[in-house]
Design a protein around this ligand. Structure first.
Ligand code: PLP
Length: 255
């Protein structure tokens, strides 16, 4: 877990941005996003938060987090279409940020030799985009709102805790999660059977689980000398029985 006291000691005049991943790809970790936001604010340093794995599994309140920028994807816990995502930019930054690519939507052609960037967040958008995917993203957000993000968070964490507890009882499994209140991502290694084989066998029975190798999580993987990790991410629609059955199947494969 990120040590926010250590972060504060590192901040000096050279720091131009604090950028953090709130919930990393694996490790179950939820980094202290709000504490980091407090430090960034106190020192007047802009704060970019990657909320890709957080969006859809826990509440996001950009004001409380104190972030200036927050990026997220639609395709993970939000259950939206692949290829969608969103960026939050605090209004006070709009004037200072020039998008990487602009077209006549983001920057109307206001005179022969002049363009004028839009003064709203849509300066980060382009004229051409997939309306179907955007509608899908909107529908996914509405769906999550109808269920209630607090209810989702509770349910996801309860199923993940059950999964961790069951996995930790298996002889050839090590649960690799970190942090005080792990989220809905359950990461573990299993001895004796290739992760790919475990994923394939579970998929045959209708359980989709993931595997992440060092290339996806290099810093954490090298620091903790991790093998390729397996990842179970239960969502609210999963049942306790499904979680139990998936873990039972892993146990059977390892024995
Ligand atoms: C923490 C984190 N940030 C960002 C991403 C990138 O997401 P996308 O490929 O949808 O942009 C991922 C993908 O796994 C992720 O785990």
């Amino acid at each position: 877990m990120l040590d926010h006291e250590a972060l504060e000691r590192m901040i000096d005049d050279d720091v131009g941005l604090v950028a953090m991943t709130w919930v990393p790809t694996n490790g179950g970790l939820v980094n202290p996003a709000q504490e980091v936001g407090n430090i960034a604010r106190k020192h007047g340093v802009p704060y970019l938060l990657d909320a890709c794995q957080a969006a859809g599994q826990m509440p996001i309140d950009v004001k409380a987090l104190g972030c200036d920028f927050l990026s997220a994807t639609g395709r993970k816990f939000l259950r939206g279409p692949r290829g969608t995502g969103f960026l939050f930019v605090a209004e006070r930054w709009l004037e200072d940020l020039e998008p990487v690519t602009i077209d006549h939507f983001a920057a109307p052609w206001t005179a022969r030799d002049q363009y004028t960037l839009r003064d709203d967040a849509r300066r980060f958008e382009t004229w051409e985009n997939s309306y179907a995917l955007r509608m899908g993203l909107g529908a996914a957000v509405d769906y999550a709102d109808r269920i209630g993000i607090h209810v989702i968070e509770q349910r996801v964490r309860a199923l993940a805790a059950r999964c961790r507890e069951k996995l930790s009882r298996l002889d050839r499994v090590i649960v690799r999660d970190l942090g005080e209140e792990p989220c809905g991502i359950v990461s573990f290694s299993a001895d004796g059977v290739e992760p790919k084989t475990i994923c394939a066998k579970l998929s045959d029975s209708g359980y989709v689980i993931g595997a992440s190798a060092t290339a996806s999580t290099r810093l954490d993987s090298e620091r903790r000398a991790l093998p390729t990790l397996l990842r179970i991410s239960p969502h609210y629609y999963n049942s306790e029985q499904e979680v139990d059955a998936a873990v039972d199947q892993i146990e059977a494969l390892l024995s």
